[in-house]
Unconditional design. Structure first.
Length: 103
């Protein structure tokens, strides 16, 4: 839980959307807003932890966006910000029905 708290503390300073995240969020079938991503990061649950990620310790979070749609966000906390690596709508062909476990 300490890592999730670190993510949320860094988010209060600044969210930095990496180019890949912006491309994924902007896909017509997704249209995920920065506000939805911030809500997921601040209130969502930790689904997967990636302590040895080449971009630095990162994690996959699950939360609810507008109209209660499930959103996955991969992010990595830094000293002064959280880097949003990607954000997408999880697919039930790849995830369990609750979006918490890979198939």
């Amino acid at each position: 839980m300490a890592f999730l708290e670190e993510v949320r503390r860094a988010t209060q300073k600044r969210l930095l959307f990496l180019p890949h995240a912006i491309r994924q969020m902007s896909r017509p079938e997704r249209m995920i807003t920065p506000q939805e991503v911030e809500r997921v990061v601040m209130t969502g649950e930790l689904v997967e932890d990636y302590p040895h990620d080449s971009r630095g310790h990162s994690c996959l979070l699950l939360g609810l966006g507008d109209a209660d749609r499930a959103i996955h966000v991969v992010c990595s906390p830094k000293a002064d910000y959280v880097a949003v690596i990607t954000a997408y709508l999880p697919d039930t062909t790849q995830w369990s029905s609750d979006y918490r476990r890979r198939r």
